[in-house]
Design a protein. Structure first.
Length: 149
């Protein structure tokens, strides 16, 4: 399984952006699962919650994980081609940073060498590739190339 993350501050649009990426990957014949980091005890989620949104967008499996480490969550997944990880900011996996000035919070990529690109509707001064939130296809192509898929 190839793994990459989508990180950013709460309210930055991570879930919405993952919803846009999932159909792109599915259209390439990839089986994709999502692991979402939760900072609260995990219980059943209903309609409209992030896990349901990921399933509706085409995720083969969605796992909510509240532990401090990603590895146990990955071990619980069924076989797939690609795992998108939402959250787990400190894990040393290739990541996209979704950043908006509205919810605030400093940019993460200057202090995280695992971040390979930024997705933002604002101007971001960086040497990394920067994509707009409406460029899911371009981001998907970029990710597949970086992961060798």
């Amino acid at each position: 399984m190839k793994v990459f993350g989508v990180v950013g501050w709460s309210g930055s649009g991570k879930t919405t952006f993952i919803e846009q990426l999932l159909p792109f990957f599915a259209s390439r014949g990839l089986r994709v699962s999502v692991v979402k980091h939760c900072h609260h005890p995990v219980g059943p989620e209903g309609p409209g919650k992030d896990s349901q949104r990921h399933r509706d967008a085409g995720a083969a499996q969605v796992l909510l994980a509240s532990g401090p480490s990603l590895e146990p969550a990955l071990e619980r997944l069924s076989a797939c081609d690609l795992v998108i990880v939402e959250g787990f900011k400190t894990e040393p996996i290739p990541k996209l940073e979704v950043w908006r000035p509205d919810p605030g919070g400093p940019l993460l990529h200057p202090s995280d060498p695992a971040i390979i690109a930024v997705v933002s509707d604002a101007r971001v001064a960086t040497d990394l590739p920067v994509f707009r939130p409406d460029e899911a296809q371009a981001v998907g192509t970029f990710v597949l190339g970086r992961l060798g898929l």
